[in-house]
Design a protein around this ligand. Structure first.
Ligand code: FES
Length: 126
């Protein structure tokens, strides 16, 4: 198992490889994202991880970028390439693909066209 030195990494891209996302092109999205990172010579700045289901299967293929805390929905290979570009150009417009955005306190649903999903119970201090 590879152990990467992540010093200097500024973005971590989590690419869902759960079964719903894989049926919607998850492998092609994964390869497009990794290819764009290599093409732009960003291997030292952007780290990727394949995940299992992220719990938003109806929005497949799901990609999450940290530390900005952006959840992207219905990601295609072309959108995946734009996500990589946006890691280096935060001002880049990609709002139509954003599902949730972290506002430094909590996640906010940005795209109202996607289903709400099942409410999670809120426990504070428990
Ligand atoms: S399989 Fe990707 S969110 Fe569930």
């Amino acid at each position: 198992m590879t152990t990467w030195n992540l010093n200097g990494t500024n973005s971590h891209v989590l690419i869902c490889n759960g079964s719903s996302c894989m049926r919607k092109g998850g492998e092609e999205v994964t390869q497009a994202i990794r290819d764009e990172i290599s093409h732009l010579n960003l291997d030292g700045l952007i780290h990727t991880t394949r995940t299992r289901c992220n719990g938003r299967c109806k929005d497949a293929c799901v990609v999450i970028v940290y530390p900005e805390g952006t959840w992207y929905k219905a990601v295609t290979p072309a959108i995946g390439r734009k996500i990589v570009q946006k890691c280096m150009k935060p001002e880049m417009e990609l709002q139509e693909s954003v599902l949730y955005q972290y506002d430094f306190e909590k996640f906010i649903k940005v795209n109202e066209q996607s289903i709400s999903g099942i409410e999670k119970p809120v426990k504070i201090g428990g």
